[in-house]
Ligand binder design. Structure first.
Ligand SMILES: *Cc1c(COP(=O)(O)O)cnc(C)c1O
Length: 359
């Protein structure tokens, strides 16, 4: 078998969920498990959290069906609502909580013949300008829905654009938009993604919606996951599958972009960009072997990458290579590549087996 595995530490996942809850005592939290639980595997994540989580949140009906097949009872929120009118029937059958993010969804909902009423989350566009009603339109939608036969609970939600930047003026402005609707009667309110869970208690409301923090990555550029008390959930581990000596002046890899400045020992590692390792990783990016950091040598290939192990003489064939995890924080790699942990995690491809520990 190809030596590459994404190890998923389920105890760390539970720890991170508990930490989110501890940030906002007395509030509930939807564990956001969209995009296959940020690449970790939705069924296993749901199975792991079902006894502790108040609910789950996903981006589509297809994702909701996957969660339902593992947990038939949990509260389960469709974050973007239904994409076509026929989905309301399915959402009702699955017993979903459904966001309503615009007039078209509202009309389709009011025209839907559903077996049982839905718990709805009216989405306020408080400043992100991606989805949601303006404050005035939301007041009208609220009036339409109050008492409608399709409605069980009527709830309010919104989403931050810049919660990862503490002190950004838009955060305050969005909160003001949200609190401007406090005179309307809602069963529950929800506003906080991970960044707001961790640093904006005024936004905690009734239901949190933590995503990235559950997986042990930081939503902040300047605050590490470790500082926040989060534990990394995924460790991506490959092996050394070949070793060679390269003379001064010889190059390594595609484009011959890396040239040995000294007699060098090069290890070839069983992970490439087709596994989700970023091809954009710049020179100097490190992996960990035997607990030591060693730098990439040359470009990342589709199935392999090469590292300079000259300064790590004990490294040998078959040694484990951590691409990210405990030793190499995913946020550090993401920043070096000009992206975010979210993207690296969700782009681990299907050919990488997920292996679960501490379940
Ligand atoms: C993805 C998502 C979240 C979770 O965001 P994180 O930054 O990963 O915590 C919360 N709310 C909505 C509406 C989302 O789409």
């Amino acid at each position: 078998m190809r030596p590459l595995v994404a190890m998923v530490d389920l105890a760390a996942l539970r720890h991170n969920y508990q930490l989110a809850k501890q940030c906002a005592p007395g509030r509930k939290a939807f564990a956001v498990v969209k995009a296959n639980a940020y690449g970790h595997g939705s069924p296993a994540a749901v199975e792991c959290l079902r006894d502790v989580a108040d609910g789950f949140a996903v981006a589509s009906l297809e994702e909701a069906e996957q969660v339902r097949s593992v947990d038939s009872n949990a509260r389960l929120l469709l974050l973007e609502g239904c994409f076509e009118p026929s989905e309301y029937v399915a959402a009702a059958e699955l017993g979903l909580d459904v966001a309503v993010q615009g007039e078209a969804q509202l009309d389709a909902l009011l025209a839907a013949h559903i077996e049982r009423p839905l718990s709805l989350w009216l989405k306020l566009d408080s400043g992100m300008h991606r989805l949601g009603f303006s404050a005035d339109a939301l007041r009208r939608a609220h009036a339409c829905l109050q008492g409608a036969t399709q409605v069980a609970e009527l709830n309010l939600m919104s989403h931050f654009a810049c919660a990862d930047e503490r002190g950004h003026p838009l955060n305050e402005a969005q909160l003001e938009q949200f609190t401007g609707l406090l005179d309307l009667e809602f069963d529950n309110r929800s506003f906080a993604n991970s960044a707001a869970v961790l640093t904006m208690s005024a936004a905690h409301m009734d239901w949190l919606r933590p995503g990235i923090m559950l997986y042990g990555a930081s939503p902040f550029a300047e605050l590490s996951a470790k500082t926040l008390g989060l534990k990394p959930v995924m460790t991506l581990t490959a092996s050394i599958i070949a070793i060679r000596e390269v003379s001064t002046g010889e190059s390594v890899g595609y484009g011959a972009s890396w040239v040995a400045q000294r007699p060098s020992r090069i290890a070839t590692v069983s992970c490439g960009y087709a596994d989700g390792y970023p091809r954009t990783a710049p020179p100097g990016t490190c992996v960990a072997i035997r607990g030591q950091r060693v730098p990439l040598a040359g470009r990342v290939s589709m199935d392999m990458l090469t590292v300079d192990i000259t300064d790590l003489p004990p490294a040998g064939l078959g040694d484990a290579v951590e691409l990210w995890g405990n030793k190499i924080p995913i946020d550090e790699l993401a920043q070096a590549c000009g992206t975010i942990g979210y993207e690296l995690l969700t782009k681990v491809t299907q050919r990488v087996p997920r292996r679960y520990i501490n379940g």
